[in-house]
Ligand binder design. Structure first.
Ligand SMILES: [Fe+2]
Length: 200
């Protein structure tokens, strides 16, 4: 008797530390400077219950605003290309279509969501203080599992309904954009800072 894995969901992980074009400290200071100046983004965060700052709804020009972000784009391009190859995607070159800053204050959450309209999404982490939130990914089949029993507590990662990822500074995660994910409450005493993006 054998079992096979079908319809596999892949997660791509890399450490950008030391990569040419990536400096977590410089990107983080640039992100904080932009957050301090972006009144529209601050207002959006306040009006939408985002505990901290995000440029998601206010800025779409980070790669033109500061060359640091454009250098990062080139680094991300190569990782996304590699991941698309791992996924056997039969498509043309995927292009960055949005890149935004997330500064999550202590105690803040980012509730479950997907990234509609894109193919590959991801996050790179710039500041991960002690006890900073993990990233929680959800089995994309969950809405169809009406009568499926919950999985055993010691089930391997491949068979869990929720997987918690613990990034470090410099960690890059990529996933297909239909995968629902959330950031649970930030238990750190400091901000958790990351950059998220979509490729389409
Ligand atoms: Fe997201």
């Amino acid at each position: 008797m054998t079992t096979r894995s079908l319809f596999v969901t892949r997660l791509y992980e890399a450490d950008l530390t030391g990569s040419r074009g990536f400096d977590a400290g410089e990107l983080s200071s640039a992100a904080r400077d932009i957050a301090d100046q972006d009144l529209a983004g601050q207002t959006w965060a306040r009006d939408n219950g985002y505990g901290g700052y995000t440029s998601y709804a206010s800025l779409n020009d980070l790669t033109r605003r500061d060359s640091l972000f454009d250098h990062l784009r080139k680094v991300l391009d190569s990782h996304v290309k590699a991941f698309a190859g791992e996924l056997f995607m039969d498509c043309g070159r995927l292009k960055l279509d949005s890149l935004w800053i997330n500064i999550l204050n202590p105690g803040a959450v980012h509730s479950g969501h997907i990234h509609p309209g894109s193919v590959i999404s991801g996050t790179v982490y710039l500041e991960i203080p002690d006890k900073a939130s993990p990233l929680r990914l959800e089995d994309p089949r969950l809405p169809m599992m009406m009568a499926a029993p919950k999985r055993m507590a010691d089930a391997p990662e491949t068979d869990r309904t929720f997987v918690y990822l613990t990034p470090r500074v410099g960690t890059l995660y990529l996933w297909e954009s239909f995968i629902r994910h959330e950031v649970p409450a930030n238990a750190a005493r400091k901000d958790r800072i990351s950059l998220s993006f979509n490729y389409s």
